[in-house]
Design a protein around this ligand. Structure first.
Ligand code: SF4
Length: 472
């Protein structure tokens, strides 16, 4: 039997990358996607533009498995876009893998999307009523349908009009049949998207860690509601109307983004440490050591130690060579799936009082098993500190916990969860503490934190689920 080893964590939405004007655009894209692999592992794809049109290669799986050198050799062109995907709307299948390429009135377009459109159902219904035929069940396809309908207005006006009619979280990279590279960020700025330059050529990337790998210089992040059009004339920026408030996804800092990336104006590693420090100040507890369950919570645990002056230990060791799936043993071996990945250091832990720092508890299943393993070793006290508030509400902006039923904190109180997990104490960082830890004076109007308090910055049409467009 095959079993996933990561069932207790939210899976990221997607990562996008784009290159303009580089003679090896597809290969650069490949490396960019490689650096963004943490944002999506279900499928990967690259579309490249040359004088003959747009070429595409995509497949299910990790970047390294989807692309062989010969595949990249075929993607000849000076501009390219790519995507790694975890499906948030639309089932996981090759048809739904991106970039998505369409042909319209002798022109081709390729699109890659990170985020979720919250008015997708209504828009799709309207479009189908007027004759549109959809190839996929992805919300991203709606953007292209609207965009080509608006093209009589000219490229720039078509982009602006389309952005104004869609709602939700979107960071798009778009490639046109003229080889233009276009970056678009939604008016609230939910998902990160940055602009860089390598050897005089522009690149767009979900996170700066991808710029680092291709040795691109960071120029700036796109503004919420900004469209950038990159072509032989340089770069042109268009600002679409945007609300006063922003809604940068605060969970990118807590869990999603890579710690070596700078997003929304801050370094992710530093942010996680600040959250750990805030956690220690808010709810200290006497103990012999602080440890994370690697790798989640590593950086918040470092911050917690800095503030509490307690020693940091790696009390559990990760097997870095275990894959995402593996063959189960034929005979029953209790908690094999958890132990194959993380194993406690017995001599370090026996008889100790420990504080585990976690970045989040989504379903709580693996945490429970790991805590039981610590108890079995003779750990005297197990306290848990979580570097964000309890997840009690679904995310409609591109993260995979899209129904409340998946969230253990929406069903159990903190005290009930403490008892369920077998802990001596459990404390979550308060929302006030989290916002303060960002160091942003107007943090309440800068970030989205709807999964904690249920106040959604952008209204959604109805409960969206992965397969809602299939049922429609
Ligand atoms: Fe991020 Fe939570 Fe807002 Fe979703 S609801 S965008 S996960 S902060």
């Amino acid at each position: 039997m095959w079993q996933s080893t990561d069932e207790d964590k939210p899976r990221e939405a997607c990562g996008v990358f784009g290159v303009w004007g580089h003679e090896d655009a597809a290969r650069l894209c490949y490396f960019g996607l490689y650096a963004l692999q943490h944002r999506g592992q279900e499928s990967a794809g690259i579309a490249a533009h040359n004088d003959n049109g747009i070429l595409l290669h995509k497949g299910m799986g990790l970047v390294a498995d989807v692309f062989k050198p010969a595949d990249l050799d075929k993607l000849v062109g000076l501009s390219a876009i790519g995507q790694v995907r975890y499906s948030t709307t639309g089932q996981s299948s090759l048809t739904n893998a991106q970039p998505f390429v369409v042909r319209h009135r002798r022109h081709s377009y390729a699109l890659a999307h990170n985020g979720n459109l919250v008015n997708a159902l209504a828009l799709r219904e309207q479009l189908e009523k007027t004759g549109s035929i959809f190839q996929t069940t992805m919300d991203s396809e709606i953007f292209l349908h609207l965009f080509v309908k608006n093209l009589d207005l000219g490229l720039e006006s078509a982009l602006v009009k389309t952005v104004e009619s869609i709602k939700g979280a979107f960071s798009f990279v778009l490639l046109t049949s003229d080889g233009e590279l276009i970056g678009i960020k939604d008016p609230y700025g939910f998902r990160p998207l940055c602009l860089g330059r390598v050897n005089g050529h522009y690149v767009l990337a979900s996170e700066t860690c991808a710029l680092d790998l291709v040795e691109a210089q960071f120029i700036r992040e796109l503004e919420p509601g900004e469209i950038v059009i990159i072509n032989k004339n340089g770069i042109r920026s268009i600002q679409t109307p945007r609300p006063k408030r922003r809604a940068f996804c605060i969970f990118e800092y807590i869990y999603f983004a890579r710690p070596d990336s700078d997003i929304f104006g801050h370094n992710v590693y530093e942010m996680r440490k600040a959250m750990g420090r805030a956690l220690a100040a808010e709810m200290p507890v006497d103990a012999d050591m602080v440890m994370p369950f690697p790798d989640s919570g590593n950086y918040a645990a470092l911050g917690y130690c800095e503030e509490s002056k307690l020693p940091f230990e790696m009390g559990m060791i990760r097997n870095h060579y275990v894959g995402r799936t593996f063959i189960q043993p034929s005979q029953s071996m209790r908690d094999f799936g958890v132990r194959v990945k993380l194993n406690p250091v017995r001599k370090l832990l026996a008889g100790k009082r420990i504080i585990i720092v976690e970045d989040s508890i989504i379903r709580g299943t693996t945490a429970r098993t790991r805590i039981r393993a610590l108890r079995d070793l003779g750990v005297r006290e197990v306290h848990m500190r979580v570097s964000c508030p309890p997840h009690r509400h679904a995310c409609h902006y591109g993260i995979d916990f899209s129904t409340r039923g998946e969230l253990v904190a929406s069903k159990l109180s903190t005290e009930q969860l403490r008892s369920h997990l077998g802990l001596d104490s459990l404390h979550y960082l308060s929302l006030e503490g989290l916002l303060k830890a960002t160091g942003e004076p107007a943090a309440a109007d800068r970030f989205c934190y709807a999964c904690f308090n249920g106040c959604y910055p952008v209204e959604f049409d109805q409960e969206l689920s992965k397969d809602c467009l299939e049922k429609a």
